[in-house]
Unconditional design. Sequence first.
Length: 444
Amino acid sequence: MTFAELNLTSPLIRAINDLGFTHPTTIQEKAFPVIMSGRDVLGIAQTGTGKTIAFALPALRQWTFDKNKNPQILIIVPTRELVVQVMDVVKALAAYQNVTVHGVYGGVNMKTQAWDISGGMDVLVATPGRLYDLAVEGHINLKMVKKLILDEVDEMLDLGFRTQISAIFDLLPPKRQNLMFSATLTPEVDALIRNFFNDPVRIEAAPAGTPLDNIAQSAFRVPNFYTKINLLEHLLRQNNDMNKVLVFTATKELANEVFEQLSPMFPDQTDVIHSRKAQNYRFRAVNKFHDGKIRILIATDLISRGIDISQVSHVINFDMPAEPENYIHRIGRTGRADQKGVAISFIVPRDIDKTSAIETLMGQSIPELPFPDEVPVSAILAPSDKEPVPMKNTLTQTPKRDPEHGGAFHQKSDKNRKVNNKIPHKVKMMQKYGKPITKGAKKK
């Protein structure tokens, strides 16, 4: 099937052609007729399968002009980076329509965003917390929403947005179409569906745990941190096809450490992104990587969900993720839109159990490659290589308190007690001089 065979308007077909797409992905092909029918939809698909276009295209196809400019299409996503990405996709699809698209998210001044959206909009992309704040303050009217779209809903619930999402449902009109897209169907997601959805149609395409066939996976057994650095340097220098490399680490501290090690080796080609970096810094780093201005981007799992960076050649799992599902999300940054991709993992001894859990989830093994002889094996251990020392619980019983001894606070002595009783001046003079000397008499 091609996009031309779908029931699209001329402006949407022109926009699709401008983007260079001809054939819809599986999730796009399956979701389009169901969304157009008006039914609630539950889409189960991992990142990299074209979910954004899957819900944005039919939503824009059914959009109608309205003078009041309250949002008709509301898209809720978990992170500010994803807000920007979804906005870009919707704007590209609506390039030949008179559709106004705005995005709101936390981390910036709310008054500024309130001013930006005061002119109205047709499509609103938002994070749950900032959307709720703006709605209860009266800056956004959600009573005209016809389509509610929740993207990466499992991640939103993991981030603790359940309360805000439930509160947002109370602000919406009862008659609307609900679309939910998630990589996994967790009990929390299932509870949300039961409470707020009306008999949704379930659509599956490459659910989480299903590795994409166009991603070549491999792994190296590595003893420690500095050997990982040596191996990564070797791979980057020996393989010219590693032109857009996304390196995932387990923690923010490790991301910074890897950045400090790689920056001198590849000057002006490396950047780092994690939650402690300022929002503008994160946007600039992602944009530089997206535009090919830098070769290597080091990141935590912050951008392993949903962020669409085109033509990532390689994903390096510098550390294996604690949650098996995050491995799928990480490697899904490469091989997007049916392109070929490569995912390489560095496995230290303590990551063996994590790797086994990942292989169980995927239903297949990750092929191991022989460690290159020319790569030096470091004998130096970094702090992250050292196993945490289990500390014995040395809680001791507190001694019994002697009731006669008193507590930590005791009564003050008489001389240190301050009583707020005002003594008249006449009495003070009587006590000092034996006679009632007045203020006027003292001056004489």
